[in-house]
Design a protein. Structure first.
Length: 412
């Protein structure tokens, strides 16, 4: 009966026969070439004591538990190929990311689908991560393959479909050559991605963060423990780290850079664009335990006589800030902050209203040198969503949000 699937551990050691059914060796490894096909086994590496031979998928006539039958005998010695992902060498016992389950797992076997078309071929179906595959590996070579299959039936399988897997490749250059996409990872919530990154080893963390979109990497890095942030940024090339830091909010960027060695921080700052650089440098001058060290320089400020209709138009010009903005601030002609308006009030008023008529009263503010403990007291006492930090002349230095306060409290 034709097999419908094989486990990789069953494929290992299978005899390979030529056209006259003479055994030429046994399977020592198999590989996919992601640039050609993301799931098809493209090469079978066959050895019989000497140098390995490379068998292409289109040189095979049949595959079963009894062995592999060739349809073409023009075989060549195997040479290492950087574009290959070898299952034994690069996948088995390695950490991979289960994108659907949002976790890091270790591969103990691979389930392969046998396709019976013009010729037999193998497709990556699932990676196995549970007790069943460990049991199977322990008995491989000790008992017949069909008996092992029978004995494992009472054990529940634990596997992940191949399309939901993301390879963790510690060498970023090789990762790019393999063309293993971070697209699935980049669609995860930053908090889930941060959890995954924290489970990985140092080299794997750097490979994941260093090869994904800078904006996504910045969002994930912002969710990671500050000390781990520092170790990741220190390991990246300065220009790569700078690209990620530029995508972080200025306060988060300053917090991350403050954990680094001075020389590393200087190298990253040298690679940054001028606009985010000035904000980050300004925040780095403040003591971490003060309001200045907690604040973000990104805030929306409008003239105090602005109408609601005009205010809504201006808000649309600040689309990049709206996601993390709960309050906008009003300033007089001299630039002094005079009031704060919760965004929720804008949706309850008439378009002709003035923003100053929607402001909370009185304005609660603080100075950059105020201690963290006093800042948290203000948030608790007045149930604040945002607290403006004012310069001596009354202009806005920055704003502290409830999220900033929560982050401080979590670190205590």
């Amino acid at each position: 009966m034709a097999e419908s699937f094989l486990y990789f551990t069953e494929l290992l050691g299978l005899p390979v026969y030529d056209l006259k059914h003479r055994r030429i060796g046994r399977v020592r490894d198999a590989a996919i070439v992601p640039l050609i096909h993301p799931a098809r086994i493209d090469r079978y590496l066959v050895g019989a004591g000497g140098p390995w031979l490379s068998v292409r998928y289109d040189q095979i006539a049949g595959i079963s538990l009894a062995g592999i039958q060739l349809s073409n005998e023009r075989l060549y010695p195997y040479h290492s190929d950087e574009y290959m992902l070898r299952l034994q060498r690069d996948l088995l016992d390695q950490q991979i990311i289960d994108v659907n389950g949002r976790k890091v797992v270790r591969v103990t076997d691979v389930s392969l689908e046998v396709r019976h078309d013009e010729r037999d071929s193998l497709m990556m179906l699932e990676v196995d991560v549970g007790i069943r595959s460990i049991f199977r590996r322990l008995l491989q070579g000790v008992a017949p393959r069909r008996l092992i299959r029978k004995l494992q039936r009472p054990i529940s399988p634990n596997s992940i479909r191949w399309e939901f897997c993301n390879i963790v490749e510690a060498d970023p250059l090789r990762r790019l050559r393999l063309n293993i996409s971070n697209e699935k990872l980049e669609r995860l919530h930053p908090a889930d991605l941060a959890d995954i990154v924290e489970e990985l080893g140092p080299a794997e963390r750097e490979a994941i963060i260093g090869t994904m979109d800078s904006e996504v990497a910045a969002e994930a890095l912002s969710e990671i423990d500050p000390r781990m942030q520092a170790s990741i940024l220190e390991a990246l090339e300065p220009e790569v780290a700078a690209g990620i830091v530029e995508e972080m909010s200025p306060d988060q960027a300053a917090d991350a850079l403050s954990e680094l060695k001075e020389e590393t921080t200087a190298e990253i700052l040298d690679e940054m664009e001028q606009e985010p650089l000035s904000d980050v440098k300004e925040l780095l001058e403040y003591d971490e335990g003060t309001a200045g060290g907690m604040m973000n320089t990104e805030a929306i400020v409008m003239p105090e006589d602005t109408t609601l209709a005009e205010g809504m138009r201006r808000l649309r010009q600040h689309e990049d800030l709206l996601e993390n903005t709960h309050v906008l601030f009003l300033a007089d002609d001299a630039g002094r902050i005079t009031a704060a308006v919760p965004l929720a009030r804008l949706f309850l008023a008439d378009g002709a209203s003035r923003l100053r008529d929607l402001a909370t009263d009185p304005l609660i503010s603080t100075k950059a040198d105020e201690k963290q403990d006093r800042v948290t007291e203000l948030f608790d006492k007045y149930n604040l969503l945002a607290l403006p930090v004012l310069e001596d002349d009354g202009s806005l230095a920055g704003v502290i949000t409830a999220d900033d306060v929560i982050s401080v409290l979590r670190q205590r």
